[in-house]
Design a protein around this ligand. Structure first.
Ligand code: ADP
Ligand code: MG
Ligand code: MG
Length: 943
């Protein structure tokens, strides 16, 4: 249906409606309502854009008439006339969708310039240089964007003229040169497009509006939306903002800049930004000249600086959020050209959240919501090891924090190619442009020789949370030769370099990195999240060190302690192998008896660290041959041993042969004689033969144990039932550890968990074993032991039998790694290596189900299991201990379906705490299970 109206003056538009007016348009409208100095203008809505595409790429009927009538109002307000040679009005034509897509779509400046209006501009300003500078910029931009010309040819002409006049900076070109340049540009347009540059300002305007609409479906914009999963529900079409031009290049009382209301790198509450005197906005963003820090404006333009300070306060008080705004000063008068919520790194979000709560600008809940769980990951980013003494090869600007190493690559296509091959690369460019975006995705970090902290490279890298060093002026890049020079050091393409975007340092080679510390501010923010969330957060941890770390990070228990991890320690493995290879029950018993005290001691340490909190100990899960060397390894070892044996027998004869040697060699043969002596001893004791026989025996056993499908074979509870001594030992270790600590007065809450259960009979069998051991231990220690008994739910049948399992189990814990494999019948390794990427690309599957919980299939099974389990036992505790437990979207799902807790890897605990708070704040229905359908109720894109 055709909307009533496509065009709204800034004062008419609703500043809240970003979908209709785009983010930029809504911001301009809002600032106009607030009384800030926004140059007059109007917005063409996103609906017009959609209509344009429906209309086979023709501007909707009546649109240009509406534009004309709004333009009239702008003319009245400014007292200027569009297209008039006496008193001309110039416009910028700017794109802007509901979601800010930095640098994704192009802006046309100085629209309305032509061979007549340029004369007017010269007359009014008495500044030919300025007028022709604007003219040549306009022709180039319009040529590139509206007429689809190749920008390089314009740049070549510019370079030639600069060379001819002997200047290096654009700003040093005089009026005549710029006039000459404009003339050559006009000729180029005619040559390449076959018709003269459009003179009629209205024709320029309608072509420009169309160009903005077209850019919505440009490759860069589509790629960006794909990468960041921007669906039509989030942003559909772009608006066009048409805004009176103000000129920052009208002399030394004019300037242009971008600023943040707080420092987006540190979060500090100070005006932060960059500006250039006598320049047009594009210069700052494109990184053509390296701008000055806004602090210098205090001296250079004190009145404007004070005004900016006022604007800063006004914006924050209104938006309750850090703003990223653009401004231009025209002959001393400050104009605000754009505002949007500032993109910050996680560190700055944390600091500003805490500060803004203290300043009563936002509530604690809002503060928690500002930090997205996935942004928090940035804080878990690597930093250069502080003990690293290496010297940076050069230093640029710290444009996006974190450290990364990789091969230096000088263009985006090559970066993408190598990145796809799984190589780590650093994209190294003089400056980046939006068309380099695919190179960013493929790189570990970005390094540029030009441009400030608000250059394209810096903004995009920050958005992606990738390290970036910009404006590294000692770096001289020769993209053609595919090399760069730092003073006299050459970096060839493919050489390893390290960028430290937190400090701006660049190192040759790979520098060591460490994980960062968690700040006090973050702890505060997380404590607010804890007040909000109802979902518990536990850790997957198998060592005392892991337990300590888990507690520090706020875990409320251990949800998964894998006992087999303890078996793998160097001092344990030989005993474990002894146990597996034992020929008789007695021999096995002996090995197991040696393992008991070790396992008990490990568990005691963990229980002690987790005093007062539950620790879920999972009985042995993997197939036993995982503890043995592989058949291939063993076979080659046996081969080697046999060769050594053969060599030994030749060596034995050497001592005889030696006697015939020239006596003068005797002395130097001493060591050899020694060796031969040793060898004879080994052979007399038959040590070599014994070793061979032992390895052959192991090999036989390994072959015997070989399974076609080990992950579906002899493992988990099945192992426990066939070798009850093993599970008995483990249960005894748990209960004795608990008993000993209880006697010391340490509060322990052990939980015994059985893996791979698929029938209630299995669980009952283990439960009886547990009860027997419990009686023995309680009698031995003379103490009652409180503990819980539960089961993993990681087999489809277990979900279907949840009601019966709950009769025996005090708790369930979803093992969603296995459950996902079982639900899809995919083996993870094969899926991820062979077909999942294609499935994702073809949209057969939206995500990798091993990373993002498949709520529709696996999730549905979980819901059934919870429902039936709790029907039997209403207070049944239910958790999740698969990797999904630390994935933000999956955490939200777990909250929604009523899980008691999630358990995740230790470093992800803060993410899970935060995600659980977000889930609570976003929850709509209290009674989730009734009529809750993951197909429809759970949008798969909560973030
Ligand atoms: P982006 O979406 O890339 O931020 P903008 O539409 O904000 O693009 O425009 C890019 C630059 O052009 C801005 O930095 C701004 O300084 C400049 N600009 C846009 N409109 C005007 C105007 N009306 N007067 C002066 N400069 C402008
Ligand atoms: Mg902008
Ligand atoms: Mg498992």
């Amino acid at each position: 249906m055709k909307p009533e109206k496509y065009v709204y003056l800034f004062e008419e538009a609703d500043g809240e409606n970003k979908k209709l007016y785009g983010g930029k348009g809504a911001g301009l409208a809002e600032m106009t309502h607030m009384g800030l100095a926004v140059p007059p203008g109007f917005v063409v809505t996103t609906e017009a854009c959609l209509q344009y595409y429906q209309n086979k790429k023709r501007l909707p009927k009546g649109l240009m008439e509406e534009v004309q009538s709004s333009l009239k109002k702008v003319e009245e307000k400014t007292g200027k006339l569009f297209g008039s040679p006496q008193n001309p009005l110039f416009l910028s034509v700017r794109s802007g969708a509901a979601i800010s897509m930095p640098g994704m779509m192009d802006t046309i400046l100085n629209l309305g310039l032509n061979s007549n209006t340029i004369e007017g501009l010269i007359r009014i300003t008495s500044d030919g240089r300025f007028a022709y500078d604007s003219y040549r910029r306009f022709i180039q931009l319009f040529g590139k964007i509206a007429l689809g010309m190749d920008e390089k040819e314009f740049d070549q002409i510019l370079a030639r003229i600069k060379e001819k006049s002997g200047v290096t900076e654009d700003i040093d070109l005089d009026a005549d040169c710029l006039k000459d340049l404009s003339g050559q540009y006009l000729a180029l347009v005619k040559k390449r497009t076959g018709s003269p540059f459009p003179e009629d300002p209205m024709a320029q305007l309608s072509l420009a509006i169309e160009a903005v609409f077209r850019s919505w479906m440009g490759k860069r914009a589509i790629d960006y939306r794909k990468e960041f999963k921007i669906t039509p529900e989030v942003a559909d079409g772009t608006a066009v903002n048409i805004c009176t031009m103000v000129f920052g290049n009208m002399g030394f009382d004019s300037a242009t800049g971008v600023a943040f209301t707080r420092d987006p790198g540190t979060g500090e509450n100070v005006l932060y930004g960059e500006y250039l005197v006598n320049a047009q906005g594009e210069d700052v963003v494109a990184g053509i000249r390296t701008p000055k820090s806004i602090q210098e404006m205090k001296k250079e333009m004190p009145r404007t600086y004070r005004e900016l300070e006022r604007v800063r306060k006004t914006l924050e008080a209104h938006f309750h959020e850090v703003q990223d705004f653009e401004f231009t000063v025209e002959k001393g008068k400050l104009y605000i050209l754009q505002t949007r919520n500032g993109k910050m790194n996680a560190h700055a979000i944390v600091k500003t959240s805490k500060d803004m709560v203290d300043e009563r600008l936002i509530t604690q809940q809002q503060a928690v919501l500002r930090l997205k769980p996935q942004d928090l990951e940035q804080l878990l980013h690597k930093q250069i090891d502080p003990n690293f003494k290496g010297k940076p090869a050069c230093v640029g600007l710290a444009a996006s924090p974190g450290a990364a190493s990789g091969k230096a690559v000088f263009d985006a296509d090559e970066a993408e190619r190598l990145g796809k091959l799984g190589q780590k690369v650093i994209l190294v460019r003089e400056e980046t442009k939006p068309e380099d975006i695919h190179g960013f995705f493929a790189s570990q970090g970005v390094l540029t020789s030009r441009g400030g902290k608000t250059s394209h490279a810096a903004v995009v890298a920050r958005g992606m949370g990738k390290p970036c060093v910009s404006g590294c002026e000692d770096l001289h890049i020769d993209p053609k030769a595919r090399e760069a020079m730092i003073k006299n050091i050459r970096i060839n393409e493919g050489d390893l370099i390290t960028v430290d975007g937190s400090r701006g340092d660049v190192y040759l080679g790979e520098a060591p990195t460490v994980d960062p510390e968690i700040s006090q501010h973050l702890l505060t923010l997380l404590s607010w999240a804890d007040k909000i969330r109802t979902l518990g957060v536990r850790a997957n941890a198998d060592t005392p060190e892991g337990a300590v770390k888990a507690r520090q990070l706020g875990a409320e228990g251990i949800g998964l302690c894998r006992t087999e991890r303890m078996f793998n320690a160097v001092d344990r493995l030989p005993i474990v192998r002894e146990m597996i290879l034992a020929g008789s029950k007695e021999a096995r018993g002996e090995a197991i008896a040696k393992l008991l005290p070790l396992q008990k001691a490990d568990l005691k340490k963990i229980f002690r660290e987790m005093e007062g909190l539950p620790v879920t100990v999972r009985l042995l899960d993997p197939p036993l041959h995982e503890f043995l060397p592989s058949a291939e390894e063993l076979a080659s070892e046996v081969r080697n041993l046999k060769e050594v044996d053969a060599a030994f027998s030749t060596m034995e004869n050497i001592s005889n042969a030696m006697k015939f040697l020239d006596p003068s060699f005797r002395e130097s043969l001493k060591p050899l004689e020694h060796m031969v002596g040793d060898i004879i001893e080994i052979r007399e004791k038959k040590l070599d033969k014994k070793l061979i026989r032992r390895q052959q025996e192991t090999l036989r056993k390994v072959k015997e144990m070989r399974e076609v499908n080990p992950m579906l074979g002899h493992r988990g509870v099945r192992l426990g039932i066939t070798y009850p001594e093993i599970y008995k030992m483990q249960i005894q270790a748990v209960l004795e550890a608990a008993a000993e600590l209880l006697k010391e007065g340490v509060q322990v809450q052990p939980e015994i968990m059985v893996p791979q259960v698929c029938t209630a009979q299995e669980l009952k069998w283990v439960h009886q074993l547990v009860q027997r051991v419990q009686k023995e231990v309680e009698k031995q220690y003379g103490i009652k032991i409180e503990f819980k008994f539960g089961t993993m739910i990681e087999v489809v049948r277990a979900c279907m039998r949840a009601g019966r399992l709950a009769e025996v189990a005090d708790f369930f814990s979803f093992g969603t790694n296995d459950l996902t494999q079982a639900t899809f019948s995919f083996s993870r390794e094969d899926a991820e290596n062979k077909f999942l990427p294609l499935y994702n690309e073809r949209k057969i599957l939206q995500d990798n189900p091993f990373e993002v919980l498949d709520v529709k299939g696996v999730g549905r099974l979980m819901m059934i299991a919870i429902e039936w389990g709790r029907k039997t036992k209403p207070d049944l505790k239910v958790g999740i201990c698969g990797e999904h437990g630390g994935h933000p979207e999956s955490v939200e799902f777990c909250h929604t379906i009523g899980l008691s807790y999630v358990s995740c890897s230790v470093p992800r605990i803060p993410i899970a705490r935060l995600a659980a708070a977000h889930a609570k704040l976003k929850e709509k229905d209290k009674k989730v299970l009734e009529g809750y359908d993951p197909d429809t109720s759970f949008s798969v894109l909560p973030y």
